[in-house]
Design a protein around this ligand. Sequence first.
Ligand SMILES: [Zn+2]
Length: 615
Amino acid sequence: MAKWLTRSAAARIFGGSIPSLRLLYSFKKRIKEGFLYYFMAYIVRKKINGGEYYYLRESYRENGKIKSKNLAYLGKSKEEADRKAFEFINMEKKKSEIMVQEKKSVEVKKEITKEADKDFISFVQEQGLIWGPEPEIYGGLSGFYTYGPLGKLLKNKVENSVRQIFNRHGLREIEGPTVLPDIVWKASGHLDTFSDRIIKCKKCNAVFRADKLIEEKYDVSADSFSNEKILEFIHEKGIKCPTCKGDFEDKIERQSLMMKTKVAGQDAALRPETATVTYLPYPRFYNYFRTKMPFGVFQIGKAYRNEISPRQSVLRGREFTQAEGQMFVDPQKKNEWESYEEIKQSKLPFWDYTSQNENKEVKLITVEDALKKGFIKSQAYGWCIWLAYSQFINFGIPADRIRLRQHHPDEKAFYADDAWDVELRLNNYGWTEVCGVHDRTDYDLTQHSKFSKVKLEAQRENGEKFVPHVLEIAFGTDRPTYALIDIFYEKKSEEEGKSVFKIPYHMAPIEVSIFPLMKKPELTNLAKEIKSDLEKGFIVEYDESASVGKRYLRSSVSGVPYAITIDYTSVEDQTVTVRDRDSAEQIRVKIKDLRDILRKLIHSEIEFESAGKLI
Ligand SMILES: [Zn+2]
């Protein structure tokens, strides 16, 4: 995408004489006041009074004519110009992604202004949360991202929280391979059916996901439309190619989402989900868990899908991290679920499909009532829904941003008996699916038994053999990580100062900042001692540059809950000040108690005011 144009090519495209330019980004759609148009940006070098100046220019077609304008000043050297141009273009790309998605939900549109978009995107990039699509320096390939240092720390927190909750409820973690021979995917059904319906533009040959094309413009669930209905809808509403406004071909094809490869001459594929891989060692599990049902295992790991045209940052990647829990159960015991008693009184935000159809609101009802009303079919399934919900509460997501949405009968996978999603209300994208809870019945084990010719069974105490059912809690760690950024980024007005990242304290990527008041050895030596002690339990940021006020600010922008300052009193009496991110209050704490107090504060086990002397 990024290449130098020859002078003659430049002249052909733009006309006139242009000294030297570099094409950075071309013919990508961008949205301006609701319209799509071609976007072409290039770097221009100008010589003025012997000095060199670089600019980013844009050319576009308007009423058939090519027009140009300066987008940004890029500095005085080629290197600086390259860097600044990429930054600028990435920002533009992200903005248009968000604006495309914004149409979907009218209620969201009110919440975010264009100004806020820009701030949010630069926050995500500048704080080292998420970068991409990667490789950025080569123009980027949609659906692949890098988590920067702060983003990776946050994602680790999310994954550890998932581990903690699954383990606490008796599920154990495994790690299977990410590449498997085709026979596995033949058995699971992925090879034959895991595909999206695509439609091609007659004019520019661009390919789109047929159902998404409709859903982006109209509030319908086109996923359940037949091919004929999709074509009819596109024709009736006059939907044109978003890239060139051309007409679509009169047919719909399927494109597989599997990423194919070859291993030792054999056809194989990268896994599109961790679930299938988790079912394969079933005989091993059965022995490991001493032949007693139910038992559960989970996997956190990468999966790959060749999505047609992914957008929405890490919400829809082609490479992503899944976190899927699988419970193996005796179908006859689904309503004799031991842990059900403990959770049946929990009220959860159930939104059944009849309420969705009738535009009724989400009901907060107990799991027991949901079972009585027939929203869910078994105690075991109710427990899985509760566990999925608990994961999101444990991440610190406010309860009013979580709902459980039942699948419509025509939206369910053919093997799923019960199917509900957990959805979160995001500031940038509205209600977004983040987890699916499915009763997969005996589908998977039966299929793999058929293809592998290995019996995948269990035995009851009376000697009866049966194929276990699988209840699945399927989510990932990219969406929750993104959700935490989206929900807890707080833009402040000009007068209030810099924006803050109000991430819940227990999920903060960096937990403690340490500031020696001044860069003097008597202070920095003590500060470094404290640092190495705290690093035994926390991720610590040490900062000795700029004024303390500026350092506090930097620390709150990256969401650090507590900042510790070492001053001259610290040297005398072995105490330090601890500053709370959200209240800006400060207490004085003995250095020897510091590690313990911080741990309790971060996990809300003590009140800040009572943790030390308020100053
Ligand atoms: Zn087109």
